[in-house]
Design a protein around this ligand. Structure first.
Ligand code: ATP
Ligand code: MG
Length: 436
């Protein structure tokens, strides 16, 4: 006899979550809310591969960033028959992929594009509440528009979305805004900043020491509390902006002011990715600890050219799905769980085909009806009907079926009477079942 070895059940990868009912219903609800807003602004859906060449992110996001240095799931694929192996990565964000796709398919040749996406992203971070290794984003990219009107448009769209979800500006979230200017302005600021950081070198942690010369702006993006004072006193990029950048910034602000969208100017807002210029913004909340950024974005006029496309301006944002759901839960915004209109109780296997044909006819009329699967006692079928949340039970008893009828029993309204209806003509009464 060979010894049977008990197989251990496998588990999901650390930091990667299953999204199961009833939680998944909240995801669908949020997605539908987002789509409704996006479509009102004329944004169109794009879907790009999860796996891209590693070089896309190295070139797009920047070599000296947390994402590329430490967080990317990058690997060498198997060699092909010539012994060549491709360097591939799971996407840590989607802007670079969208830009690649638009360039590859010459989508920006004739006009700009307003796009949105949903999907999983991957970063090898320390998992915690609101920070995962597979997480999900909804994002928008408006490509080929120089702004500031389109900068303001994407901000208005994000703001509308938050408000339509029931979140209250100033109470549940704040919009932070900054202008990063252009390359020459950042270079002048950079010199002043490096000088400032050199004066406080002994304060800098290992990461910051290393970035002092490679990416000093990112030193200010630190979450290290010991560095806050030094970062607050650092030279501000806003003071180095020229006329054109300031005009752009004022253009965005004038529209937001006119539309009554509140914002706080945060001169230290630089964002984690290298490709931004001019307008940058984040929606932050104090309800999620250090995972307080629910949405971040900005203008990235250099990226398309950086990725080998014909130069074109662009602006967009990425919104974290998990963080949005956590925030909504935190402040008590809960969507109604979807419930069926009716639950079908089938006392015996006799006439099952007739029952299922009737249920099909009801579904064709738009009724959401869940059938009790298999046979079980009436008691347990009624228990399931109750638990389903349906307003009525359809009882396909043998006597009713013999007469071509179904009994409709109200489950929620004690005053309402049980009625019978003819199966031959569901169109005449199906509307009675649909929830208002
Ligand atoms: P953070 O500063 O919190 O690390 P980030 O600047 O790296 O965020 P972006 O690259 O701008 O984030 O991504 C856009 C949005 O995606 C964030 O505002 C956040 O809501 C969400 N997000 C980013 N990383 C994660 C993650 N690891 N888990 C869950 N959500 C995330
Ligand atoms: Mg990050």
């Amino acid at each position: 006899m060979t010894e049977q070895k008990k197989l251990q059940p496998l588990q999901a990868v650390k930091g990667m979550n299953d999204i199961l009912p009833p939680e998944s219903a909240r995801w669908e609800w949020l997605e539908a809310k987002m789509r409704s807003v996006l479509q009102r602004y004329g944004y169109q859906n794009v879907r790009t591969p999860i796996v891209e060449p590693t070089a896309l992110f190295v070139r797009g996001i920047g070599e000296v960033t947390d994402i590329v240095e430490k967080e990317m799931y990058a690997f060498e694929d198997r060699a092909d028959k010539h012994g060549q192996a491709e360097h591939l990565a799971l996407r840590p964000e989607m802007t670079a992929g969208v830009v690649r796709a638009m360039t590859e398919h010459s989508f920006l040749r004739d006009s700009g594009r307003r796009l949105y996406y949903f999907g999983p992203m991957f970063r090898r971070e320390k998992p915690q509440k609101g920070r995962y290794r597979q997480f999900h984003q909804m994002g928008v990219e408006a490509l080929g528009f120089a702004g500031p009107d389109v900068d303001a448009e994407v901000i208005l769209m994000g703001s509308r979305l938050l408000r339509e979800l029931g979140l209250v500006d100033g109470e549940h979230f704040t919009l932070e805004l900054n202008c990063l200017g252009e390359v020459a302005e950042r270079r002048a600021h950079r010199e002043a900043l490096i000088a400032h950081l050199e004066q406080h070198k002994e304060l800098l942690d290992e990461d910051s020491q290393r970035r002092l010369y490679t990416n000093p702006l990112r030193v200010l993006d630190t979450k290290n509390p010991a560095l806050q004072e030094m970062a607050n006193a650092a030279p501000k990029l806003l003071d180095f902006l020229g006329e054109a950048s300031l005009a752009h910034f004022m253009g965005v602000r004038a529209i937001l002011d006119a539309a009554g969208v509140a914002y706080r100017i945060n001169p230290r807002l630089v964002r984690g990715l290298d490709y931004y210029n001019l307008t940058v913004f984040e929606w932050v909340t104090d309800k999620l600890g250090s995972q307080g950024t629910v949405c971040g974005g900005g203008r990235y006029d250099g990226l398309i050219e950086q990725l080998g496309g014909k130069p074109a301006p662009a602006v967009g944002f990425g919104m974290g799905f998990e963080r949005m759901l956590l925030l909504l839960e935190e402040v008590g915004v809960a969507p109604d769980a979807p419930v069926p209109d009716a639950y079908a109780i089938v006392p015996s296997a006799q006439g099952l085909a007739q029952v299922m044909v009737a249920l099909e006819a009801l579904r064709a009329e738009g009724v959401a009806v869940v059938m009790h699967p298999g046979q079980s006692s009436m008691k347990s079928q009624f228990k399931k009907a109750d638990g389903s949340g349906a307003r009525v039970a359809l009882i396909f008893g043998e006597d009713e079926l013999a007469q071509g009828l179904v009994a409709i029993k109200p489950l929620r309204d004690a005053q309402a009477q049980q009625v019978t209806r003819p199966l031959a003509d569901v169109t005449s009464w199906a509307h009675e079942l649909r929830n208002a």
